[in-house]
Design a protein around this ligand. Sequence first.
Ligand code: SF4
Length: 250
Amino acid sequence: MPKSKSQTKPARKAKPRRPPHAQTAAQIVEQLQLPAVRRQMTRLRTWFRKHGRDLPWRRTRDPYHVLVSELMLQQTQVSRVIDYYDRWLTRFPTLHDVARARPAHVREAWEGLGYYARARNLQKLARTVAPNGEPNHAIPDSPEALQALPGVGAYTAGAVASFAYEKRAPLVDTNVARVLLRLYAPEYSPKSGVGQRVAWALALAVLPRTGKAAWTHNQAIMELGALVCTARVKACGRCPLARDCKSFEL
Ligand code: SF4
């Protein structure tokens, strides 16, 4: 009697599971040569002090002002935000002013910037944090507490913690992800989920030791992504990280 298929065919071996992406990110971080990374990041900060733009939100540490700038800058160009930022702060100088404003007035001040959910969330946040005249510093300083507030994602939480409170907090936006992945892990796309996880792991790994230096570092890496290592052009010839970059091109 012929054997049935199930008798002749050896049982299929289970495929080995792909390592979880968190492990991939950890492996990439493990391969970093930290002394060399520290030297690179020092060069980056020196470059920023010389070439970084003087933007109004870089002159303040007020957490409400920083938050307003970060929300406005989402999906919007810097040149466009500058006017709106100044006008907004003239109309609503404190977080409490936003909390007690009529929603129609909040929307009116945001008119033209688009993505109105940002303005609605800012008012919700203000009403959560400063319902009774609390100062702007009532905005929390830890990324975890910030992320619990309306409309605050991982990037914005890191930005407020770093740029307002000078906490040693990582942050990843499209510019930071692009620069870090080109620099250390060009096989990953910043648009993929795994690329994002690798970028966050790298952003934490390359942070300088102090919160004050982390402020400059985070500003610098974003500025490099905006001015030198852009989505369209890699200006490697004038990049302070060119010496050790895995995507260097001339
Ligand atoms: S060397 Fe080129 S690719 Fe690398 S970070 Fe600088 S500009 Fe980007």
